[in-house]
Design a protein around this ligand. Structure first.
Ligand SMILES: [Zn+2]
Length: 237
C-alpha cells in the first residue's frame, strides 16, 4: 500500500476527513494501486491518514455503498472484487441510463458545456499518444470523465450520483477484466457522441452511447478463469 505517499490535507470536520479519505481510497482502488481483495483494516488506514477509526469506518461505508468496498461481518472491509455477472449488470444499467441522460443533456447544453466536453476529448487524445501503466490509469479516468460530464449537464443530481457509482465500478471492472491495453472508451466514439449532442440529435446520441457501452463491454474478458478460481478456492481451504 502506498497511501502514505498521498498528501492528506487535514480539515476540520470529521465528515470532511471521511470524505477526503474516501476520495483517496477511491482513487487508489480505481487506479488499482490497491488490488481487488486487499484488506482495508480500520486501524491501519486510520494510522496512515492519522484519523480515528470512526472516521475510517464512515469512509469505508461510503465506498461500500458505491460498490468499491465489500464489508464482511466480523472480518472487516476489503477492496471489491466484482464478478463477471456484476460487471454485466453495471453495463446493463449504463445502457438504460445514458441514453436518457443524453436526452436531458441536449435540452440543457450550453456553449460552456461543449467547451468542457472538448477539453476532455483533448486530454484523452494527449494521453493516447503516451505509454505506460500510469498513462493507462489516466486514460481510464479521462474516459470516465466524459460520461460524468454528460451526467452533470443532464442536471439530475440523483442520476448524476448513480452515474458516479456506475463509472467508478466500470473503472474497477475495466482494470480487472480489460483485455487490451487500449483505451476503455474509443476516443472516436466520444467525438461522435458529442457531435450528436451538439446537433441536438437525441436519437443518434442515444444509439451511439449504447453502441459505445457495448463496445467497452466487448473489450472485457468476462469468461471465468477456471484454473485460477480453483487454486484460489483450494488454497483458502
Ligand atoms: Zn466512453
Amino acid at each position: 500500500m502506498k497511501l502514505a505517499d498521498y498528501p492528506f490535507a487535514p480539515t476540520d470536520g470529521a465528515e470532511d476527513r471521511a470524505a477526503a479519505i474516501r476520495e483517496h481510497l477511491r482513487d487508489a482502488i480505481i487506479d488499482r494501486r490497491l488490488a481487488p481483495g486487499t484488506k482495508l483494516g480500520e486501524a491501519e488506514v486510520g494510522a496512515l491518514f492519522d484519523v480515528s477509526r470512526t472516521v475510517v469506518r464512515s469512509a469505508l461505508q461510503m465506498l461500500s455503498f458505491e460498490g468499491l468496498v465489500r464489508s464482511e461481518r466480523n472480518r472487516g472491509a476489503f477492496v471489491a472484487n466484482p464478478s463477471p455477472e456484476e460487471a454485466r449488470q453495471v453495463f446493463d444499467a449504463r445502457r438504460l441510463i445514458e441514453p436518457a441522460l443524453a436526452g436531458s443533456a441536449v435540452e440543457r447544453l450550453r456553449p460552456l458545456d461543449i467547451a468542457e466536453f472538448r477539453s476532455l476529448l483533448e486530454e484523452e487524445s494527449r494521453l493516447m499518444g503516451e505509454r505506460g501503466a500510469s498513462v493507462r490509469r489516466a486514460e481510464i479516468r479521462a474516459s470516465g470523465d466524459f460520461h460524468l460530464a454528460l451526467a452533470r449537464v443532464a442536471g439530475n443530481a440523483v442520476l448524476e450520483r448513480f452515474m458516479e457509482e456506475l463509472v467508478a465500478r466500470s473503472s474497477l471492472v475495466i482494470a480487472l477484466y480489460g483485455r487490451t491495453g487500449a483505451s476503455s472508451c474509443g476516443h472516436a466514439d466520444h467525438g461522435s457522441i458529442l457531435a450528436a449532442l451538439e446537433a441536438r440529435d437525441v436519437r443518434s446520441a442515444g444509439e451511439l452511447l449504447v453502441h459505445h457501452i457495448d463496445h467497452i463491454e466487448s473489450d472485457l474478458d468476462l469468461t471465468p478463469a477456471h484454473g485460477l478460481d480453483l487454486r484460489a478456492a483450494l488454497s483458502r481451504g
